[in-house]
Design a protein around this ligand. Structure first.
Ligand code: ADP
Ligand code: MG
Length: 764
């Protein structure tokens, strides 16, 4: 029975995909009895179809009706991602091996490997590229002016068009063995002039039958023969194109006039000569757009379903009242900014509700996120739950710890710090306290959630600099049986429109103003050869009593060499500024040594802090007003902005000095430095960063736990992304459980895609 159904479905696909060039009436008739027998709905639908004018929509509606009758198992048989490309070749061979290495492993991979450009093989010598067709009159090997050998062939084409074909690289096999005087040839290539006649250098030999067709060009590694690839692709297309699962409902296809999946694939791989190949090549053609849209639609549906899922899961509900907030004044030495008040209200709202909070707190470096985390922590602890604060580095964890202790010294809240370098004995004591609920706030690095630490009642987890953690940490906590309220904080502000869509599973709060009394940091760029000017400037500022950071990038992979480099610079700076006032912070120091050093920079005699890595961002030393970044060209834009955020934290004028190597400066690096000098708005900077780096890199997709994007580019496709977001919202609002028949395709595809990749959603 199932097997028959499966065939039925495939037949329907066949009909749909060949509406134009087959006789749909005939095929439909051949399965109509069986269809009618299956369900009364199908029967009725079938009766309504005008058999002489069958449309794709009508077939879709039959498909929608048939699909739920198929079991999952049958469905999987049809999964082209599971069919190995070896299937297409009778003998195992190297090319198949290379293709797999290149990432084309399954039939699905092969057919969704789209051309990056198209050649129109037409005779049009007035355009840039053209076909030239003619009889070979003669060919000679001649010497060019520079003495090099050149193969020069002369042809007679139609209408007395004489032309040359030239090879600068040739041998007795290619193309010499192919050339015969008096024989007819067709060539394709860029049209140039030679001896006052049209000419092509190193043309492509084409067949007569190729003329007036479009040739798709595919990105392939050198070791894969093009011809073999074309053959393989063609046999895949003829065998499997019709089995491609449609993943967009008819309603959606109609709405945007998208072709169905097989039509689209056909156009992409075998466009007609009159097809808009420019649109295909630059990915604005509906045949391509449907894949982009589809990918983004399911991303959004996935994120929104996940969000709905979080909201369903009951979290801890606090009972924070207005008067509880008054007493906070005892701890916080400054009034909150308007922005801070707003996000705090949003957070308290979440904390008081039974739904589990999943909130992303965005705010530029220095905008004051820590104090928000502190307040949320205090409110949670007061209602007898514990708080975990998770920071990306030990230094940051340490700093939060010291900060919290200082802020909360008048309270009776117990705070503990646990990191990789906490001694064993102390660690087990803290674990014991955490388990019995003696301490209120536990601060640490990610070791905090990875190790076997148990909480008595974990009410809130704050993840600082969440772009380095994220989904995975949340999952870990949930696996341990905790569903704490989650506050994720990030100082990498991403463009607003993107934030809403990309972090679609989170609620978002934004701090968009700086604490009062801050002066904008003055940023200047210096070439390395002018470094003396930088030293002079810093010397003057130090004499006025200010403090400076010197940051060096991790130039070498090897920690040892990097350290040597920093040490050398450190010694140099000691000679310039004075031995006793320069300190060196690096990864090899123990936690204690780091603590002492940072404390001495803040309160003591150290005036210049040299740091090797950029991991140590997030440190909050108000007294520092100078940030020198050497080899600035090696840092990413957001990194530079983060580093700059370390200064400008008091009422004095701060300076950020970027020192770059002018000799090997890449265009991109120049743009980064320029952007930083010109702009101090974190949102604008991140937009530029996104443009320069591209989304994959920017978001660190791998880290964020989101699927890779195969078709879309969320910067280029922002409009489509927003459209997909809106459609996803509409679909789920109308049918939250995706139970309606018209949404069957959606539900099925969503489950398939997300359950495999993330196992985070759980619908139906
Ligand atoms: P970030 O958002 O980068 O984590 P921090 O929380 O480290 O920023 O805050 C930066 C500095 O601003 C800290 O020294 C903090 O004490 C101070 N700060 C935060 N909020 C205010 C405020 N409302 N008024 C004055 N200073 C503030
Ligand atoms: Mg911070």
């Amino acid at each position: 029975m199932q097997k028959n159904l499966y065939n039925l479905k495939n037949k329907l696909y066949l009909i749909k995909n060949n509406l134009r060039n087959s006789n749909p009436k005939y095929y439909l008739k051949s399965i109509s009895d069986e269809l009618s027998r299956l369900s009364p709905n199908l029967k009725e639908k079938l009766e309504h179809i005008d058999k002489n004018n069958v449309t794709a929509n009508q077939i879709d509606s039959l498909l929608t009706e048939t699909m739920p009758l198929l079991s999952d198992k049958e469905e999987n048989n049809n999964n082209l991602s599971d069919i190995d490309i070896e299937e297409l070749s009778s003998t195992p061979n190297k090319t198949i091996k290379y293709l797999k290495k290149f990432g084309i492993k399954s039939i699905y991979d092969l057919i969704t490997h789209f051309p990056y450009k198209y050649d129109r093989l037409v005779v049009d010598i007035n355009s840039n590229e053209s076909v030239l067709k003619g009889i070979l009159l003669k060919y000679d090997i001649v010497r060019t002016k520079s003495g090099k050998k050149m193969l020069q062939a002369f042809f007679k084409g139609q209408n007395n068009l004489y032309f040359y074909i030239i090879w600068l690289h040739f041998n007795k096999n290619y193309p010499l063995s192919l050339l015969k005087e008096g024989k007819k040839y067709c060539f394709y290539g860029v049209i140039q002039r030679f001896n006052s006649r049209p000419a092509i250098f190193h043309p492509e030999f084409i067949n007569d039958s190729d003329i007036n067709t479009v040739k798709p060009i595919y990105q392939l590694p050198k070791n894969i023969k093009k011809k073999y690839f074309y053959n393989l692709l063609n046999s895949a297309l003829s065998k499997y194109l019709n089995m491609f699962e449609e993943t967009l409902p008819a309603k959606v296809l109609n709405k945007y006039s998208y072709p169905n999946v097989s039509e689209a694939l056909y156009v992409i791989h075998k466009p007609n000569i009159d097809e808009n190949i420019n649109a295909l090549a630059n990915k604005t053609h509906p045949a391509i757009e449907r894949f982009i849209y589809e990918e983004l639609l399911y991303l959004q549906l996935g994120l929104l379903t996940k969000k709905a899922d979080y909201e369903k899961s009951k979290g801890i509900a606090l009972n924070i009242k207005k008067q509880d907030l008054y007493s906070l004044k005892d701890f916080i030495p400054f009034p909150l900014t308007k922005s801070q008040k707003r996000v705090l209200a949003e957070i308290i709202n979440d904390l008081n509700s039974t739904k589990q909070m999943n909130r992303l707190l965005q705010g530029d470096v220095g905008s004051g996120k820590t104090v928000i985390a502190l307040i949320a922590s205090v409110l949670t602890v007061r209602e007898n739950h514990q708080v975990a604060i998770i920071a990306p580095t030990e230094v940051l964890a340490e700093q939060h710890y010291l900060n919290f202790i200082k802020y909360l010294e008048k309270s009776n809240i117990k705070i503990d710090l646990i990191t990789g370098s906490t001694p064993k004995k102390e660690k087990s004591e803290i674990k014991e306290k955490t388990k019995s609920g003696v301490n209120g706030i536990i601060i640490g690095t990610h070791a905090l959630i990875q190790e076997d630490i148990l909480f008595k009642s974990l009410g809130l987890a704050v993840v600082d600099e969440q772009h380095r953690f994220g989904v995975i940490q949340r999952k870990l906590l949930m696996e341990k049986g905790y569903r704490p309220n989650m506050l994720l904080m990030t100082a990498t502000p991403i463009p607003r429109s993107l934030a809403l869509t990309f972090y679609g599973d989170l609620d978002i709060s934004i701090i968009d103003e700086m604490p009062p009394g801050r002066k904008e940091v003055i940023t200047k760029a210096y070439e390395e050869k002018d470094i003396e000017k930088v030293y002079e400037f810093v010397s003057r500022e130090l004499k006025k009593g200010f403090k400076a950071y010197f940051i060096y990038p991790l130039i070498s992979e090897s920690e040892k060499i990097a350290l040597k480099d920093a040490t050398r610079n450190y010694e140099k700076l000691q000679n310039i500024f004075g031995r006793d006032i320069v300190g060196l912070l690096h990864g090899k120091l123990s936690a204690n040594e780091k603590r002492e050093l940072i404390s001495s920079f803040k309160y003591g005699k150290i005036k210049v802090l040299v740091s090797t890595t950029v991991v140590e961002v997030g440190v909050d030393i108000k007294e520092a007003t100078i940030m020198v970044i050497e080899n600035a060209e090696r840092f990413g834009l957001s990194q530079l902005h983060q580093l700059r955020g370390r200064i400008g934290r008091n009422e004095y004028q701060s300076y950020c000095l970027l020192v770059y190597n002018g000799k090997n400066l890449s265009e991109e690096a120049r743009k980064r430095i320029e952007a930083l000098v010109k702009c101090s708005d974190g949102f604008k900077i991140s937009e530029t960063d996104l443009e320069l780096r591209g989304p994959g890199d920017f978001f660190g997709v791998k880290q964020s736990g989101l699927p890779d994007f195969k078709f879309s580019n969320i910067v280029r496709d922002l409009l489509i992304l927003n459209r997909a977001r809106k459609d996803a919202l509409d679909i789920l609002e109308d049918d939250p459980q995706l139970e309606k028949k018209e949404n069957f395709i959606i539900k099925n595809t969503l489950l398939n895609r997300w359950s495999k990749k993330l196992e985070l959603i759980n619908i139906g």
